[in-house]
Design a protein around this ligand. Structure first.
Ligand SMILES: *[C@@H]1O[C@H](CO)[C@@H](O)[C@H](O)[C@H]1NC(C)=O
Ligand SMILES: *[C@@H]1O[C@H](CO)[C@@H](O)[C@H](O)[C@H]1NC(C)=O
Ligand SMILES: *[C@@H]1O[C@H](CO)[C@@H](O)[C@H](O)[C@H]1NC(C)=O
Length: 315
């Protein structure tokens, strides 16, 4: 009886290992479908950005959100000079209505925000920050360098020095309460993964897989021959075992993913200056000071927009 149970368990575990990396598409978002699956959050930026987030009606009226065919565009205002004593630059922050735990998200992105002072991000977030965790998939500031993917958690989550990833680890402790909340980031090796270089190459695909054994992020530039066909085509079933070494890997070795990460919303936002872009603006080669630049140069934000071709979720 006990032997039977053990062999059944082995069988179950074996199957689990075989099937664990394969997923079925549970939703697909394109064009106007984004309008119903995300909420526009007209909230104050907790990271003190020179921004004013507007609601969906205002975003559509001001054309800061535009959805048609296979384009879903999110942008900031690029026509108005700002009163230095008034509100920040109008922009958008959207949050998915659904929450996800074990899942793969594939973002097909044509264009991302660029410009001095910009701080765009595609990320996922749990309740009661940082206790339910944060996964930054695509993030950077001031057009600088390649992408960094980062985890932010409560204490007791660290990353091993040796892991299978193409990027370079920036820090090992994911605890948001140490190192000024810089988290455990991984800098991507591919310069096409962020900013003007991302855009000049037609964007590409970002994928994030979250399972209890770890979190992985992949990036493939638009013309990268190594992009899996199932990613390029947005296939209905995928198997991440065949996707090659991820850009960033956050294994569960010294981090209990199951308890450090709760159900997560997807958040896409574009802010300016603030705790990150503002803090490092002086080293970016950008002119003036961050807030003055954002206030006085609306035309510099003509290219401060996301253009999503689609988002597909697999579970
Ligand atoms: C996923 O790919 C791996 C590696 O190629 C393979 O061993 C496994 O059988 C695949 N799983 C499914 C369900 O096809
Ligand atoms: C925008 O994104 C970043 C994530 O990188 C986050 O730290 C910041 O708080 C976000 N802004 C808002 C209003 O959530
Ligand atoms: C709104 O934005 C879209 C996408 O950038 C653009 O094609 C369209 O011309 C804009 N509409 C107006 C009225 O400016």
């Amino acid at each position: 009886m006990a032997t039977r149970l053990v062999s059944l368990l082995c069988l179950a575990l074996g199957f689990h290992q075989v099937f664990a990396a394969s997923y079925s598409q549970t939703s697909s978002h394109q064009g106007t479908q984004f309008l119903d699956t995300f909420t526009w959050q007209a909230i104050a930026d907790p990271t003190h950005g020179r921004v004013r987030y507007v609601d969906q009606t205002s975003a559509l009226n001001q054309n800061l959100t535009f959805a048609s065919g296979d384009h879903f565009i999110l942008r900031s205002d690029f026509t108005n000079k700002l009163d230095p004593n008034g509100a920040g630059r109008d922009s958008v922050r959207i949050q998915s209505n659904h929450q996800y735990t074990t899942a793969v998200m594939v973002f097909n992105i044509r264009h991302m925000p660029q410009g001095c002072g910009t701080w765009p991000a595609v990320w996922t977030l749990g309740a009661n920050w940082p206790n339910q965790g944060e996964v930054d998939i695509l993030e950077g500031v001031n057009d600088q360098g390649s992408n960094a993917a980062t985890l932010h958690t409560s204490s007791g989550c660290t990353m091993p020095a040796s892991r299978s990833q193409t990027g370079t680890s920036l820090a090992s402790n994911c605890d948001a309460n140490v190192n000024s909340n810089s988290g455990c980031g991984v800098r991507f090796s591919d310069s096409r993964s962020y900013g003007p270089t991302f855009n000049a190459n037609g964007g590409g695909w970002y994928a994030m897989e979250r399972r209890n054994t770890g979190i992985k992020v992949w990036f493939w530039s638009r013309n990268d021959g190594s992009v899996p066909a199932e990613v390029r085509n947005g296939a209905t079933t995928i198997n991440t075992s065949n996707w090659g070494t991820p850009s960033a890997s956050f294994p569960s070795t010294n981090c209990d993913i199951a308890s450090k990460f709760g159900p997560h919303h997807i958040v896409i936002n574009l802010t300016f200056c603030g705790d990150f872009a503002g803090a490092v603006y002086g080293q970016s080669g950008c002119p003036s000071t961050c807030n003055d630049f954002v206030n006085n140069n609306p035309g510099a934000f003509n290219n401060a927009f996301f253009d999503f071709q689609w988002l597909k979720i697999y579970q």
